[in-house]
Design a protein around this ligand. Structure first.
Ligand SMILES: [Zn+2]
Length: 290
């Protein structure tokens, strides 16, 4: 009996240790973001805090699976998010790219929305269904935008104070496998409601598949609005098709790769491409020539 218990304790410890390894390796103390500056802070895997003129949004902030290689959001950042501590105070909206365990936790999302009662949620229907399964308070439903898109559907456009939100469903990487996963590419423009002349447009791509044929049918959508900064999963940098999508189809000024394993692949380091893999790292997004 004692042996079994000991074995159990050891295995629990091992699990905790390996989780901590992924949380602690690259943690930095987040710096406070100046309210007027367009900036992005990397939080882990594809989790980002984007701010412009005091308008703040979070992408894929809540998840618990690292699948043995991806960067979790470190505990100190997670604690600040849930405490609403700077720079995570005054969040306008949360975006969920898709309902996979390295991007989304329905319980955390519910807890966060319960705590901050003016935050909006934009998420694929698949993720929203999982939140609804936890019986959220009816008050919360008004703040949840469930994006229900099939392959090939026209992009949706939603606006709220300080934000223009557009979403397209693009297959998850590994297509035609995982076709059931509702992966969204969000294009979001952030602007202070009183200073709409200085928007900042970012694109979060979730785990999009790098095949140009998924993107070509939406050429007019990409052309309609320039994206200042896109955050592609890093595998886009590894193929000609992926780079073509970023450089020629999506109408994007610059890119910063995300979903990079804790141990960055050598070909990525060698590529000279920009990417995130240190939580707490901040980049300015401001256009040097506005
Ligand atoms: Zn995924």
């Amino acid at each position: 009996m004692r042996t079994i218990l000991l074995a159990l304790l050891i295995s629990i410890n091992l699990t905790i240790d390996s989780a901590n390894a992924h949380q602690a390796t690259h943690a930095e103390t987040p710096k406070v973001i100046a309210s007027d500056d367009a900036q992005v802070m990397y939080l882990g895997n594809e989790a980002l805090l984007v701010t412009n003129q005091g308008v703040k949004v979070l992408f894929d902030p809540f998840f618990h699976n690292h699948y043995g290689q991806y960067q979790l959001v470190p505990d100190d950042i997670r604690r600040k998010i849930f405490a609403g501590e700077a720079p995570f105070d005054g969040i306008t909206a949360i975006f969920i790219s898709h309902a996979h365990g390295d991007h989304f936790s329905e319980q955390d999302t519910l807890d966060y929305l319960g705590k901050f009662d003016d935050v909006k949620l934009y998420a694929p229907q698949q993720a929203v269904k999982r939140i609804l399964g936890l019986n959220p308070a009816s008050e919360m439903l008004k703040r949840i935008s469930s994006v229900a898109l099939d392959f090939g559907d026209k992009p949706v456009r939603l606006t709220s104070k300080g934000l223009v939100v557009e979403a397209v469903r693009i297959p998850h990487a590994g297509w035609p496998g995982r076709a059931e996963i509702e992966n969204l590419i969000f294009r979001v423009s952030l602007a202070h409601p009183d200073k709409p002349a200085k928007p900042q447009t970012v694109m979060h791509m979730g785990d999009a598949d790098p095949d140009p044929t998924h993107y070509q049918p939406f050429t007019s959508h990409w052309q309609k609005r320039k994206t200042d900064t896109a955050f592609p999963p890093y595998w886009f940098y590894f193929s000609k098709e992926g780079n073509d999508i970023l450089n020629s189809i999506l109408n994007v000024d610059k890119t910063i790769g995300v979903h990079v394993p804790v141990k960055a692949p050598q070909p990525l380091i060698n590529s000279g491409k920009d990417y995130f893999n240190t939580p707490g790292e901040i980049r300015s997004l401001s256009n040097p020539n506005p």
